[in-house]
Design a protein around this ligand. Structure first.
Ligand code: 1GP
Length: 252
């Protein structure tokens, strides 16, 4: 297993070299373990820089098995993107240690973190402290509903920027601008741009991104890492994954 500091450094090196990094989200609920392995291998071969594993719910008890299986078949970083404190596995390379800073729900600001921290310590995977922010996407996504919070309005980039700066000042290593999986609209480019202009830590952007052009727009607006999930679940054609990777890798 790669130490996490190295994983985050590896991600920063990818950003430096390629202009930005492309992550694919694999939700363990959306396919069986064998299909998850196949999908992960396809993503790696097509140019994805890392795999995120997680989901808003866990309808089947396959999280640990899915992470382990993906890790055994891939060499790019496997990073947990947890939907709850149940989504922790010692087989991953890293975990996004999320604080839902756009909300005012104490459970997602500190409660879940206190439960998760000792478990993460025992697994020996280091957390990547991440300021997680929901931006209104025109619909109530699963993640938003489960969080019991309100998103930041789409037309308020200044509010998004202030939240992101607070995350930076609190010592978080990155912020994640989230429209929600399957969102009707992705995070507006002007929100990404306003946040990027205001902070100096990296931005991960995801939710509702359906085309390589849209992924590239997020990078040009200032995102360091772009995440897609649903579109690749629907169409795991290697050519499409490669098109996303190429679009995000603006330096290549
Ligand atoms: C959710 O950003 C991810 O956190 C992926 O969203 O499934 O809409 O691509 P999509």
């Amino acid at each position: 297993m790669l130490p996490t500091v190295k994983v985050f450094d590896q991600l920063l090196a990818i950003k430096k070299k390629k202009g930005a990094g492309y992550f694919v989200l694999i939700d363990p609920d959306k396919q069986d373990v064998n299909r998850a392995i196949e999908l992960a291998e396809t993503c790696e071969a097509a140019g994805a820089d890392a795999l995120l594993v997680g989901g808003s719910l866990l309808l089947a008890n396959v999280f640990d098995d899915t992470v382990k299986a993906i890790k055994e078949h891939c060499s790019i970083p496997v990073i947990i993107f947890p939907g709850s404190t149940k989504q922790i596995s010692r087989h991953a390379d890293a975990i996004l240690f999320l604080t839902l800073i756009s909300g005012r729900n104490p459970e997602s600001l500190i409660g879940s973190q206190v439960i998760a921290a000792p478990i993460i310590k025992s697994t020996k995977i280091d957390p990547i402290s991440t300021g997680y922010m929901f931006i209104d996407s025109g619909t109530v996504t699963s993640a938003l509903f489960m969080s019991d919070t309100r998103p930041i309005p789409r037309e308020k980039p200044d509010i998004a920027a202030a939240h992101a700066l607070a995350a930076q000042y609190m010592g978080m290593r990155c912020v994640y601008l989230e429209a929600g999986s399957g969102a009707r609209h992705s995070v507006p480019n002007k929100v990404v741009a306003a946040v990027a202009k205001y902070i100096s830590i990296p931005i991960i952007c995801g939710g509702g991104i359906r085309t390589p052009d849209e992924a590239r727009e997020k990078v040009l607006a200032g995102a360091s890492f772009v995440v897609t999930g649903t579109i690749i679940e629907k169409d795991s054609n290697p050519a499409l994954i490669k098109a996303f990777a190429d679009a995000v890798h603006v330096n290549e």
